[in-house]
Design a binder for this molecule. Structure first.
Ligand SMILES: [Zn+2]
Length: 75
């Protein structure tokens, strides 16, 4: 079970009913509940799993640009 910090209990708790989610930026997060008070807990994972995706590479490489030049334009 993943652990998270419950703001209501002000203590570290196990996250129950944990569901792994992928956020828009490609990072993984754990969403679940506090076993004591039931408050929704959300833990963003360190991004270690997303390292292989290399989000920085896609931002600096304008891949679509050269491809668009090769398109046959109807004249
Ligand atoms: Zn709690």
């Amino acid at each position: 079970m993943p652990e998270g910090y419950c703001v209501k209990c002000k203590a570290k708790k196990e996250i129950v009913e944990a569901v792994e989610e992928v956020m828009k930026n490609g990072r993984k997060a754990i969403k679940g509940k506090c076993p004591t008070c039931g408050v929704v807990m959300f833990k963003i994972l360190g991004g270690k799993a997303a390292v292989t995706a290399a989000p920085a590479a896609s931002a600096s490489a304008p891949a679509p640009a050269p491809a668009a030049k090769g398109v046959n334009q109807p004249s």
